[in-house]
Design a protein around this ligand. Sequence first.
Ligand SMILES: O=C(COP(=O)(O)O)[C@H](O)[C@H](O)COP(=O)(O)O
Ligand SMILES: [Mg+2]
Length: 435
Amino acid sequence: MQSGVTKMRRDYIDRDYSPKNTDLICEFHLEPSEGVDFEEAATHMAGESSIDSWTEIATLSPELAAKLKPYVFYVDEEAQTVRVAYSEELFELGSVPQVLSAVAGNILSMKIVDNLRLQDIAFPKSMLREFKGPNFGLSGIRKLVGVQDRPLIGTIVKPKVGLTSEKHAEVAYNSFAGGCDLVKDDENLTDQKFNGFEKRAELTLKLAEKAESETGERKMYLCNITAPTCKEMIRRMNILKDLGASYAMIDVVPAGWTALQTLREEAEDVGLVLHAHRCMHSAYTRNPRHGISMVVVAKLCRLIGLDQLHIGTVVGKMHGEKHEVLTLRDECVLDNVPADESQHVLAQDWGELKPMFPVASGGLAPTMIPDLYSIFGKDVIMQFGGGIHAHPMGTAAGAAACRQALEASLEGVTLQEYAKSHKELEVALGKWLKK
Ligand SMILES: O=C(COP(=O)(O)O)[C@H](O)[C@H](O)COP(=O)(O)O
Ligand SMILES: [Mg+2]
């Protein structure tokens, strides 16, 4: 046995245990380190994530253990999968940080495992009750934007950073004028010297309003409030509210779970939709054998109450297989997610918690819209950066090409056919359609 590993007094493997509907259930991918037995590793992992330590602890009485012990009720050594049921009493039910400190905390660092990945958490009703979920959610956003029957089209002002506030607002205006419903900041644009938060928000919201009156469509600006402190993020949210904004955007992983829980409370008071950019998630989601899955990240976002979340594109530039992205979509939009063993997904009844609006973004071009529509259907926000601002005729034409490609998809017409009477789309096909 490896150093630091001694026999625990208790064995938490119990294949006969049937989880109670009040239990929090986790599925893990587990690879013991060399010479460590699979079940031994599973028992240690379950103990470390709840009541136990690396050696027999005298202060853990049999009564206490009987009340709070974890149950490793599913063990598949060949598939390297275990499921653990934890009593709800182990948790501060309204605290995402506390839950993560338990089920995705020390255990990811243990020497007895070479790899360990938290694949999914099924939250019991008692925990769902402690959270509000999205305030607006998918249907609230549709109502706000006034678009019911098609995907929304969004853009990220490019370049990511470097434009002045005036130029930023102008690029946003051109995007709105060309047909975007939503314009957002990039994830690394917050409050830099060349483009301060307040000035950018003021100028861009003003031009969003102008585009609204010119086009007769609602135009939403998603200004990034990510900041060094919660206090400052709340201040920025209030600035947005005072300027008449409907949305705030936040980088959910860099900002952290406590910040999100804080912002969710404030967002309800100020009445802003929260857009969740997931940058940095791959630091712990990308390795299929270790860390935390994106499904867990998405579920935590819905639980806390972000209104829309980046989930990947399948066809764009970012990592993410179709089945993974669709699993994320399901966790965003369904009221009841069925278990899917092949995807390491546990059943989740979302109860009263509203659906989030899924966002597909990252390396998209207008030419991909038919594929995006067939993958996601209408309940998706299609978001283009380079795919709009690199259009040879400019930003407004890029946005128009996206709307035209969407119209073609909704009508079941090929892009080539539609492009015959739509110049912007024709030019976009010339640039991006693979020959
Ligand atoms: O700025 C972009 C996309 O710009 P572009 O369209 O020019 O690639 C976003 O940050 C990515 O969507 C992030 O990826 P994900 O949504 O997968 O988290
Ligand atoms: Mg970006």
